[in-house]
Design a protein around this ligand. Structure first.
Ligand code: ADP
Ligand code: MG
Length: 424
């Protein structure tokens, strides 16, 4: 059963105060389990949208005039879409066919079918690409639709800004006025109650007014550590699709199309070799291809198997993380434990920071070929033996604490380093 209300405030209030009683009484009256939903009346909705529209139009002007304080919604601008991440550049394999089909369906008719759409899978497998593809397709087909692509981190920082700058109204108008809401990496939604509340309300508002919501995360909703049952239930009420690692054939096809995009003519033998050698994320595999192209162009030599061999030296599976660089490992660990890189590489000694630091050292030792002294240098000049001690401490903590072991295993998977055993 749908009930209309004049605005979001009325709805939030009725929802909180009366909805359970309403549902109970109506269900009793009709002797059936009734679902009751509150929707905002069209007219109010339109006015609200027009208002956001007006404030959006101020944005370019304000930025052009330089010194003027930017228009309110410039504070909450979504992230840009990458034109290279269209559906036409997405190679479907058995690992991604379902996800891509769902994404296409959503793009063709936003808000009508699969809502919310939840895409999950580990890092570098094309989730962000699919979110952008949806956004680009909607923008092309429906220029009046407001498409907002944000990461959970952007949402969090926008929300915090809105509190600090006392711009909550503007924040809500902006966020609740979108037609297609694409939220990336929602595992990074801040663990603060306020942010999650706001996230839930935004989600609810958009959901109940049939706006399209698409989310991506590195794990399914049940593993998101969302304490609020209601958010998880809502996420699970839509369509959940997984992207997994592509098989060899698909990896070759992805490389072929990437080479085409780069305008490079790469022999099939070389593509196959790359796809066979670099088995982690698509991102790392693409990096390997780009490296080969760069080598060929710098040395002005043809792209051959021999050249690929040399370029791939850095990409043997055990070294995929080394190729990504220590910064990536550090960033992943910090995000996972929700501590700042500054804290982890600095002198702080509180429990959370110390644990993140030890895990980071342990993963760097096991996933990269960095010497212990270099790892120590990343952490404010710690000595070889301090790093060694930390790694050993972590190794025994992993044996004693299955929860921590699972978290570290997850980080390893995320970093594409599962093929490397620990270096004892
Ligand atoms: P995720 O968000 O899952 O971590 P991305 O969407 O950022 O991964 O993908 C990483 C890189 O790999 C991007 O450059 C993306 O274009 C590319 N990529 C991943 N999967 C595919 C695919 N199926 N077809 C074409 N490119 C892909
Ligand atoms: Mg991504």
């Amino acid at each position: 059963m749908l009930l209309t209300v004049p605005n979001g405030t009325a709805r939030a209030w009725i929802e909180r105060k009366y909805l359970p009683a309403l549902r109970r009484n109506l269900s009793r009256e009709f002797s059936a389990e009734l679902q009751v939903e509150l929707v905002i009346r069209k007219r109010a909705q339109k006015a609200e949208r027009a208002e956001t529209e007006a404030s959006r139009e101020e944005r370019p002007q304000a930025s052009r005039s330089g010194g003027v304080r930017p228009a309110l919604s410039a504070f909450f601008a979504p992230l840009p879409l990458n034109p290279r991440y269209g559906f036409e550049n997405f190679v479907e394999g058995s690992n991604s066919r379902f996800a891509a089909a769902a994404a296409r369906a959503v793009a063709a008719d936003p808000g009508a079918g699969f809502n919310p759409l939840f895409i999950y899978g580990s890092v570098g497998l094309g989730k962000t690409h699919l979110l952008h593809a949806i956004g680009l397709a909607v923008q092309a087909a429906r220029p009046t639709y407001r498409v907002a692509y944000v990461s959970a981190e952007t949402f969090t920082s926008h929300f915090i800004t809105s509190l600090r700058e006392r711009r909550q109204d503007e924040f809500r108008r902006t966020y609740r006025g979108v037609d297609v809401w694409l939220v990336d990496d929602i595992q990074f939604i801040a663990d603060k109650t306020g942010t999650r509340e706001e996230f839930f309300h935004t989600f609810n508002e958009l959901y109940l007014t049939n706006r399209q919501i698409v989310m991506a995360a590195d794990r399914p909703p049940r593993d998101l550590r969302l304490q609020e049952e209601r958010i998880r239930t809502r996420l699970e009420s839509g369509l959940m699709v997984e992207v997994s690692a592509p098989n060899l054939e698909t990896r070759v096809a992805i490389l072929e199309q990437r080479a085409r995009l780069e305008g490079a003519d790469v022999p099939a033998e070389v593509l196959l070799r790359v796809a066979q050698t670099v088995t982690g994320s698509v991102r790392v595999m693409e990096a390997a291809l780009i490296r080969i192209l760069a080598l060929a162009s710098l040395n002005r030599c043809p792209i051959t198997g021999g050249l690929a061999e040399r370029a791939l030296g850095a990409f043997v599976p055990a070294e995929q993380v080394a190729a990504l660089g220590a910064g990536v490992v550090l960033a992943a660990v910090c995000r996972h434990f929700q501590v700042s890189q500054e804290a982890v590489t600095g002198p702080r000694r509180d429990r959370a920071t110390a644990q993140a630091r030890q895990v980071a050292m342990y993963l760097l030792r096991n996933l990269s070929r960095l010497p212990l002294t270099e790892i120590g240098a990343l952490f404010g000049g710690k000595t070889h033996s301090t790093v060694l001690y930390s790694c050993e401490k972590t190794a025994s903590a992993l044996k004693a604490d299955p929860g921590l072991a699972e978290q570290v295993a997850q980080l390893r998977r995320q970093l594409g380093g599962e093929s490397t055993g620990p270096r004892e």
